[in-house]
Every structure is written in C-alpha cells, then in structure tokens.
Design a protein. Structure first.
Length: 419
C-alpha cells in the first residue's frame, strides 16, 4: 500500500538528473508526483547502464530507479500549448521542483513569480549548479565540476597523485535530497500562513556540507585533511585503513586510547592465538598510546605500526570477509567488511529488516528487486513503490482527469507536438 505521509499532496517534477531523487523521495512518502518530460523523454532516460544491455528508455537503470513511484506526462516547453499545460498543472500542485538553466523558466512564463500569481501556496524549488547569484551563477555543470568545486574531490585518491571523482555521479543526488528536505521545511510555515515560497538549491553548497569532518580539522588539530587513499589520520599519525583478505577487503582502524585501545588489543590477541604477531604487540600499553592527539609519533612508533600493519595483512589473507566479521563481532573489534553490491544484496541484517522489495515491471516482462524505504515508521509506514512509468504514460489520465481536457483536445495537442 502507498504511504499516507504525504497523501493528498502533489509535486510537479521538472528536473533532470540534478533532481530526480527529490521526486522519488516525495513519491516514497505518498505524494502524487507528476514527472513532466519532453515528448521524446527526459535526459534521465538515456543515462547508462541499461538493463540487459538494451539501450532504450524502458531499460535505463537510472530511470527505473529514480522515477519509480512517479507518473509521467509529456509537455513540449518550446510550444505555447505545452507551456500552458504545465502552468495549469502548477495551479493544481502543492510543490514544484525544477533544474533548468537559470532564468529559462522565467523567460517562458513558468518561473516562480508567474506561477505563484495563480497559486500562492506553491512551494517552488530550483536546483542550480552554483546558486542564482554571484559570478558563477551562469556556469555550466557536470557532476565532476560540482563535485570538484564543492571540495570533496580534493580528498579523494592516493597521496601524491591527482584527485579522483566518485565512480558514480553524486552531486545531483545530494542536491535532490536537500531539495526535498528544504521543501518539507517550507511546508511547515505554509500550514500556518497558507503561503508557499521560493527555494534555490546550490549543488556546490550541498557538496561543501559533506565536508563537515574537514571543516573542524584546523580548529581541532591545526591542519587540513589531504588525500590519503587507504590510510586515515593526520600526517603525524597515519594508519592503514583497508586490508586485503581471501575474498575482498576489510576496513580496520588501528589506534590506541580509551576508545580504540581495547579493540587493538583484542585483534592482537586473536592474531597471537593463530601464531601471528610479536611479543611487543601484546605487551604494549595501547590504552595510553594516542599519537596525533596528545603526542607526536616517534620513529619507534612508525616502525612498530609498519610491523603491525604488515602482520595484520598476512593474518587477514588467511580468512574470508564473513569469517573475519564473525570473529570481529565476537571479540568486539572495530572492523567491517568492504561490501560489494552482491554482499549488500545478500546481507542478513537487511533481509531481517525486510529492506528489499519486489516491483513488477510489465514494461520489460520481469520483476525487479528494489531497495526499500529509507525509514521504518510505526504510525504512517512508507509504502511499496510502483514501477517507473513509460514516457508520457499518464498524459491522458492527468490531462483529462486533473485538467478536464476532452480526449479530442488531447489528441490535437499530441498531433501538434505539444505533448
């Protein structure tokens, strides 16, 4: 059953990949989300990879994922009748989110000022690469550009080598998520005074907010984070964070102090039981050893850590991720397997939480497994989703049922290329 959290509310989705997640989140919460696309389909229908390597809109995995739960109508914004249809839809909507180039919708009569004259309750969110003011407001975008401009890319990669981009596009997802939160925040005052408002989401700023750990470094430690690859910590106390094992990788933090010392001791004891390690590892006071916080690492510290990390690596190569994780839980060691997509799909905890859900896709003749709700709610649970719509699948339903257009009128609009 669909969620009833936002039942009765309608969101008009005029975004591309810069905001597709926003409409998806509203759909998950029970709102009616109308995806407005050009007659040939949104650009998000052409983002690879494709299911079964069939390069068409119905098999586009991006579209399958981020348009699930939505309805699709087509409207040609280059056409006066197409623009008029979108304006009429906006008068019947509670929220609108768009990601067109700055000023474009204003120039065709679909900007905030024009639409709110007829619908002052409308909450109108614009997702922009760099905001709507300042010298960069008209800059073009690509995921790598906003990802880099937000500062995260500086920290990604190996020490002494160029920075790296995330393997999957991220900036638009952050922006879409922030847009959905911002609109719900704007919804609260609207419930009091009945008025909507304009929201401008800055993708660069969204990425900056992912750097909260870096922002505190100068104040707490007098230095900045830098690219460290598989290592973690400052230049004065750097440790290896990722180790190989029989079937993948394990993340372990080797440190001392009250928080991590007992974990390190437990790992060393486990290695000793299996014939790995040296006596100094067992006798060292790991609870008092806190370099990088209260003291600098000495030359001896560096030699010992190098010895310990090499020993850990040899030890972990004797076991699988599952074996290591099971012992880590039992012995209370700070470690975790580096999960692959296959690992996540088979995860026992997610299965126990009924996280996965099956969604029939009659358009491609099969049922797909989807990630489930992002939260469990007792009174108003988030319901199951429906498959992503075909391009314009709901045009007749929406234009006839919501706007009251006759079938003959819809046919003429379609023949004229307006929808």
């Amino acid at each position: 059953m669909p969620s009833e959290l936002l039942k009765g509310f309608r969101l008009l989705d005029l975004t591309d990949e810069k905001g597709a997640l926003c409409g998806k989140m509203f759909a998950d919460l029970g709102a009616e989300v109308i995806k407005v696309e050009p007659p040939g389909g949104c650009s998000t229908r052409r983002i690879p990879p494709y299911l079964e390597d069939k390069a068409d809109a119905e098999h586009c995995l991006y579209s399958i994922a981020y348009h699930s739960g939505k309805k699709s109508v087509t409207a040609n914004l280059a056409n006066a009748d197409g623009r008029a249809l979108v304006a009429d839809l906006a008068t019947q909507s509670d929220f609108l989110v768009e990601s067109h180039p700055l000023g474009y919708l204003d120039s065709i009569g679909l900007g905030y000022d024009a639409l709110t004259k007829k619908n002052p309750r409308l909450i109108y969110a614009s997702i922009t690469p760099f905001g709507d003011t300042g010298p960069g407001k008209d800059y073009n975008w690509a995921d790598i550009i906003t990802w880099a401009a937000g500062g995260v890319m500086y920290l990604m990669g190996e020490e002494g080598k160029p920075p790296l981009q995330m393997s999957l596009p991220q900036a638009g997802l952050h922006a879409g998520g922030e847009a959905s939160v911002a609109m719900m925040l704007a919804h609260y005052p609207r419930q009091i005074d009945g008025l909507g408002q304009r929201i401008v989401v800055n993708m660069q700023a969204c990425i900056v907010w992912t750097l909260m750990n870096e922002q505190a470094m100068p104040f707490l430690h007098g230095s900045h984070l830098s690219r460290t690859g598989i290592f973690v910590g400052s230049a004065d106390a750097r440790r290896k964070m990722v180790y190989e094992c029989k079937d993948g990788h394990i993340s372990i933090l080797i440190a001392g102090g009250v928080t991590f010392g007992n974990s390190t001791k437990a790992l060393i004891e486990w290695m000793h039981e299996n014939g790995f390690g040296s006596e100094w590892m067992r006798t060292k006071d790991w609870i008092s050893w806190v370099p990088g916080v209260f003291m600098k690492m000495t030359e001896q510290d560096y030699k010992e850590i190098e010895d310990l990390e090499a020993t850990i690596q040899r030890f972990l190569l004797t076991m699988t991720k599952h074996e290591i994780y099971a012992q880590g839980l039992k012995r209370r060691i700070f470690l975790a397997p580096v999960a692959t997509a296959a690992d996540i799909a088979a995860d026992e905890q997610l299965k126990a939480r009924d996280f996965w859900m099956s969604v029939p896709h009659d358009t491609i003749g099969r049922t797909l497994t989807f990630p489930g709700p992002f939260a469990k709610m007792s009174a108003t649970p988030i319901g199951s989703t429906t498959r992503a719509p075909r391009v314009g699948e709901h045009s007749d339903e929406i234009y006839r049922g919501l706007l009251g257009l006759a079938s003959e009128r819809i046919a003429k609009l379609r023949a004229a290329g307006s929808i």
